[in-house]
Design a protein. Structure first.
Length: 124
RNA sequence: GAAGUGAACUGGAUAGCCGCCGGUAGUUGCUUUUUCGGAAGCAAUUGCGGGAGGAAAGUCCGGGCUCUGUAGGACAAGGUGGUCGGUAACGCCGACCGGUCGUGAGAUUAGGGAAAGUGCAACAGAAAAUAUACCGCCUAAGUCCCUUCGGGGAACGGUAAGGUUGAAAUGGUGCGGUAAGAGCGCACCGCGGGUAAGGUGACUUGCCUGGCAUGGUAAACCCCACCUAGAGCAAGGCAAACAGGCAGGAAAUCGGUCUUCGGACCGGUUGCGAACUUGUCCGGUUCGCUAGUUACUGCCGGGUUCGCUGCUUGAGUCGACGAGCAAUUUUCGACCUAGAGGAAUGGCUAUCGCUGUCGCCUUGUGUGACAGUACAAAACCCGGCUUAUAGGUUCACUUCGGCG
RNA sequence: UGCGGGGUAGUUUCUGUUGGUAUGAAAUACCUGACUUUGAAUCAGGUGUCUGCUGGUUCGAUUCCAGCCCCCGCAG
């Protein structure tokens, strides 16, 4: 399995982030908020937003590294062809396995929500 | 052995799987160029090697670097404040001096000037800066009254020892002295002045002398000495692209040349206006001056979707000898040690180490279980300061107790 | 990353003190009373702040001076 994580897999510019937020399609659990939007490339991309409320620079960097590692090693269990923006909510760190389960569940729910919304728009 | 003081250092280790960011060597692909040998750039991939801190933090000081500005001077504004040294520089560091604290090792200290001037001190208290006289003490001398002739009383007065208030009351303690007292006199201490010695100096030590005279506050205004342009890598440069709107102003005269006699041009003098001189003024520089723009200046906006560079070899790190009490530094040698950009330097697993608690007996620094293993992550780069920090290591010194 | 501004009633905001013991006020909150059958609204009266924290200077600090903490804004 390809577990690499090149720059093409990341959201990098302000415009890309704004596009995802403009879709207004999000799901959440106590740990994370996930925004989702369909993209123009074949693979999925991820962007991270970690606010200062989560902790100091050391804790913020740890959040980002863990979330990137989960995306990198679990790409086959995540939906394809979408942009994800993941936002941590709480100050305390969950364990790695809890975080992995949380990300995969939320990504699946978000994909279902996006499909339902798209079919509703086509019907109307 | 116990308690403490001051410095310096350290800031977990190993293995496996999977990744990230630079560098370098090769391979492959694409593009550009070509003197057809190649060269350059980009991307992918393989190998090798590198990849957070002592505070990277706070952004409190000082510099480098970059742009803007700059003939010069004065003022203003801000900062620093024992002395000598160190340094590129500092508000930093070292040594020393004075004050305060500690039995001591040591710690700490914005520590110039209050006889240059001004201001301030609520309440309380008699009195708060020219001292004053509330309660007191005295009534000796001179005046008046009474008198049993011993003395008693009164006013005028003397006094600052004692009391009260306050943060602070015009040297302190003791003896003498006196009507009572007082530096009124004396001794010691403190203070002022002079002088000698030591020290580069802050200052220290001694001697003589003055009877004491000018209390606090300058992190109040101020005075003195010294220092200081402004902005900041989102600085700036290259390439590409774009080049729009609004606003701002002022003359007289002299000489010469030409003339279609209306004027035009050239040069000078005195002025005027605009802009700059990044606080103000003097002074200076540039441009323009009868007419309309241009030059010039100011303000506002649009686009650039974020390319390359600046970007890491530097007051660099380590070591040796020498100078210096030290901070630091001469010389020599060796070394190259992160350069990201929605932001890398890691994710997971296992084992070990360290610390604490509890258990077990084979009382060993043994073994097992559980818990903990800090603070905090480069953003142009250095020198400091300040603040945060689990645990561990080393050295020097002090006090107390025991033994010899 | 760099630069700048601020912190006083339970909450939001203004004002005062050349350093003398926090003056006055608005909105909201709370309490009491009036009006009402009751409540809301309205009216009247009342309650409450020792100044973000820690030191220093001073007789005395909200004010002056340091060091921290928190909040907010700006930039091509």
């Amino acid at each position: 399995m390809d577990q690499r994580f090149p720059k093409e897999d990341r959201l990098r510019t302000s415009a890309e982030f704004d596009l995802v937020f403009a879709g207004k399609c999000s799901v959440a659990d106590p740990n994370l908020v996930v925004y989702i939007a369909k993209n123009e490339v074949t693979h999925s991309r991820i962007g991270l937003v970690v606010s200062k409320k989560v902790g100091n620079a050391v804790h913020r960097n740890r959040w980002k590294r863990q979330l990137r590692a989960i995306f990198r090693t679990g790409k086959d269990r995540l939906p394809t062809g979408v942009d994800l923006v993941v936002i941590p909510r709480s100050r305390n760190h969950p364990t790695h396995s809890d975080l992995r389960r949380s990300v995969e569940t939320l990504a699946r729910r978000a994909k279902n929500k996006l499909n339902k919304r798209n079919s509703a728009e086509q019907a109307s």
